[in-house]
Every structure is written in structure tokens, then in C-alpha cells.
Design a protein around this ligand. Structure first.
Ligand SMILES: *Cc1c(COP(=O)(O)O)cnc(C)c1O
Length: 370
């Protein structure tokens, strides 16, 4: 039995020879590779989670609220308070991470015989989830400086007529935001070609210099904004993502979501976290300041740095980015090699972690110049 490998199994053709998503989870003193928030949850919140989960545990003989009504109400309240636009519960849907939100959207609006486009380099999970849902993937263009050329992107949409368009802003792994005018132009291009669903992935929007694109939902029934509690909320382990869109989009994803997909424990934990929104988001300003410090210090050291609106920074350029990644790892700091030739990505950590990272790259520079 043990000599049977994946190649011996009758897996779908499009999965043959492929690798799973996998940022290395290495045991290193300083881990700045997956854009997590470096601060553990504050103790009063841990207590509140325990309370809420204890309460939920008494009802675990029953299935959870399939429609997550209380949670969606609180998420809508958070969006209304911070997004500059009134969002109702009927416009919000939640799932196990925004990756599941994206999967549900592709199951609903993509699928076999359909396509999705993203402008790369961007978040690699969009293409991977497209593959997993049998959706064809189109890699749209970016300029060499990683901005999106709106005309070239609109042409790609007109030529390919994709069913789903992904725009990640701020973008991962490059860090730069997509200007509002570009989003508007590409939404219009997608409606002229399709109409297609435009998914704006705002996983990092809380770290942005600019505002959320939530107000654009007004009058744009094919626009979806996806969000997560994994980054600014510092709750990557919770697995809670959500979307805001026209109520009809929320109705549509009901057709593919698994019944009771969001466990009672998850809903209780997320509700406790939302009671402590202000404390959780209290670290965002500090992380933004650390992000800006990383940009300034890397530039002072002579690195090229992409403008960042996120909690991470893309820096280069390296003749061999993977070797540089190794050299930094050898100095005890784990950053990310996203496969963008010449560039690496570092997450803004605590001030001490960022100092350790800056020491490591300073050492690298010295050694290379020696
Ligand atoms: C981290 C990240 C997510 C978050 O995914 P979750 O499943 O919510 O943890 C979504 N989109 C982008 C662009 C990300 O970088």
C-alpha cells in the first residue's frame, strides 16, 4: 500500500503534477512571511472568547445558525462604521476565511466552461481556487512597476470576456493599492464585456493610506468586496472571511455553500472578537508606522521598494531572490519568496522583529559589498 503515490490515483487531469499552496511554516526566531498580525489577542478578549464558546458548547448537539444572522449583523455594523457607506446584514455573507468566500464566488459565477482573470503578480490563491473549482484562469498584465495599466487591463477583459474579474487592493505580494479610477474603469469594462462579477479583495484595506471601496457598491450590482479577520484583526487562526455586495449576490452564494458551513464555535469566537474591534484594530496604526519605517530604512540601505498600503513591503532587487531569501533565513529571519523574479516580501512585525530583519539585510549588504 505504502508505495502508492498521488500519481497512481485517478485525480483530475488539471491537478496532475501540481503543488499545494504552502508558505513554509518553519521554526525560526523571527517569522515575517505570512502577513499575520504579530500581536497575540489581548487577555480580556481571550476571556470573552472563552465565555462565548462555553455558551455555544451547551448547544453543540444542534446545528449552528445556518445563516449566521447575528454575526452578519455585527459585520455589517463594523463595515458601516468604518467603510464610509451603510451596509446591511442582507449585503453581508461570512465563511471560513476569505478563501472560502472566494471559493463560493467561483463555484457560483465561475466553474467548468467559464473563466476568471487576475492581474499578476497578485494573490496566488485566486488562481489556485479557480483551478480547484474548474474555472479557467487568465493571467492579466501589470506594468514593470507593478501598477495596473487600466487600458491594457480593459483590453484583456474585452478580449477574454471573463466571468469573474479579481482586483486585489492593496495588492499582495506587491503592496500597492489600485486607484479608485482604475477599479471603476475595469468594472465598466467588465460589464461591457460580460457582464461579469468584479471581486475586489480588500484583505489589507485597514492598513491602507486610502479609503475602502465599499461606497462603490451603490448602483453596482456585480461588484463584490471581500474582507477578512486574518490580517488587521489579528485573528488568522479564527478563519473568518466575509463579503459585502448586493443582496442578490448573497442569495446566489447560498446555492453552493455547504449547509452549516460556519461552526457555532467559529461564530461565537468571531462575535467575541467583534465586541473588541477597537482593541484589535488598536495595533493597526502601530503596524502602519512600522511598515513606513521598513520602507524608509530599506530605501536608505539602497534597496528598491514598492509603494505599500499593506502590512508588508516588497523589496529588491536581487539577481537571485531565492538565494537572498536563504541568506536572510540563515540570519534567523523568515521572509517570503513569492516567486516574483528579483523581489522578496517582508511582513511588518513588532518593532523588535523589524529591527532583527533590518539587521539581517544590513549584514547581507555588507557581506555582498565586501
Ligand atoms: C491573506 C489574504 C487573504 C486572507 O485569506 P483568509 O482565508 O481570510 O485568511 C485574502 N486575500 C488576500 C489578498 C490575502 O493576502
Amino acid at each position: 500500500m505504502s508505495d502508492v503515490t498521488i500519481d497512481d490515483l485517478p485525480v483530475r487531469d488539471e491537478l496532475r503534477g501540481k503543488s499545494p499552496y504552502g508558505a513554509p511554516q518553519l521554526d525560526v526566531p523571527v517569522r515575517l512571511n505570512t502577513n499575520e498580525n504579530p500581536y497575540p489577542l489581548p487577555e480580556p478578549l481571550v476571556e470573552r472568547i472563552a465565555e462565548r464558546v462555553r455558551e455555544a458548547a451547551r448547544g453543540l448537539n444542534r446545528y449552528p445558525d445556518r445563516d449566521a444572522v447575528e454575526l452578519r449583523t455585527q459585520l455589517a455594523r463594523y463595515l458601516t462604521r468604518t467603510g464610509g457607506h451603510e451596509v446591511t446584514r442582507a449585503q453581508v455573507w461570512a465563511a471560513n476565511g476569505s478563501n472560502e468566500i472566494i471559493q463560493q464566488l467561483l463555484q457560483t459565477f465561475g466553474g467548468p466552461g467559464r473563466t476568471a482573470i487576475g492581474f499578476e503578480p497578485s494573490y496566488s490563491m485566486h488562481a489556485l481556487i479557480a483551478r480547484g473549482t474548474g474555472t479557467g484562469w487568465i493571467s492579466g498584465p501589470r506594468r514593470d512597476d507593478f501598477t495596473i495599466d487600466a487600458d491594457a487591463a480593459a483590453r484583456a477583459i474585452a478580449e477574454n470576456r471573463p466571468n469573474v474579474v479579481f482586483l486585489t487592493t492593496p495588492n499582495n505580494p506587491t503592496g500597492n493599492a489600485v486607484p479608485r479610477e482604475t477599479v471603476l474603469a475595469l468594472y465598466d469594462a467588465a460589464q461591457a464585456a460580460g457582464p461579469s462579477i468584479v471581486v475586489v479583495d480588500e484583505a489589507y484595506v485597514e492598513f491602507s493610506h486610502g479609503d475602502s471601496l465599499l461606497p462603490l457598491l451603490q448602483g453596482r450590482p456585480h461588484l463584490v468586496i471581500s474582507r477578512t479577520m486574518s490580517k488587521a484583526f489579528g485573528a488568522a487562526g479564527l478563519r473568518l472571511g466575509y463579503l459585502a455586495a448586493a443582496p442578490a449576490v448573497v442569495d446566489a452564494v447560498q446555492l453552493v455553500r455547504l449547509p452549516y458551513h460556519l461552526s457555532a464555535v467559529t461564530q461565537a469566537t468571531a462575535l467575541a472578537a467583534l465586541e473588541h474591534t477597537d482593541t484589535l484594530l488598536g495595533y493597526v496604526e502601530q503596524l502602519k508606522a512600522e511598515r513606513d519605517r521598513l520602507v524608509a530604512e530599506l530605501r536608505a540601505l539602497g534597496f528598491e521598494v514598492t509603494e505599500s498600503d499593506a502590512n508588508f513591503v516588497q523589496f529588491g532587487r536581487f539577481d537571485d531572490a531565492h538565494r537572498a531569501w536563504r541568506d536572510i533565513l540563515d540570519r534567523g529571519v523568515l521572509v517570503r519568496d513569492n516567486g516574483v523574479p528579483g523581489w522578496l516580501r517582508v511582513t511588518a512585525g513588532t518593532p523588535a522583529e523589524n529591527d532583527a530583519f533590518l539587521d539581517a539585510v544590513r549584514g547581507l549588504k555588507k557581506e555582498r559589498n565586501a
